[in-house]
Ligand binder design. Structure first.
Ligand SMILES: [Zn+2]
Length: 94
């Protein structure tokens, strides 16, 4: 049985809210360093993969991930996403 070591602190992608556990899951900067904030699905070579996605669309997407990941009712997943995504660095507006 494989026991996954729980990271000391959870790092969320600051665009989609996905949990980042492994180095390979982080996106890349133009100089090929790993991004510290975004996952590889959202961010490649210092650019967002989906540049024009709206907060609303991302919240919907994130709800789908949370639904699968946490195995909770869809409504709860949607609420979680609606709570989480607007607080992330990419979407935060001051
Ligand atoms: Zn992401």
């Amino acid at each position: 049985m494989i026991v996954l070591k729980k990271p000391s602190k959870e790092v969320f992608c600051q665009s989609c809210g996905g949990i980042l556990n492994r180095q390979e899951e982080f996106g890349t900067e133009a100089d090929r360093k790993r991004s510290e904030d975004y996952c590889s699905y959202c961010y490649q070579r210092s650019e967002f993969v989906q540049k024009n996605i709206t907060l609303e669309q991302m919240t919907k997407k994130a709800a789908g991930f949370i639904f699968l990941r946490e195995n909770i009712p869809r409504d709860d997943a949607q609420k979680k996403a609606a709570d989480l995504i607007p607080k992330l660095k990419r979407w935060k507006t001051y």
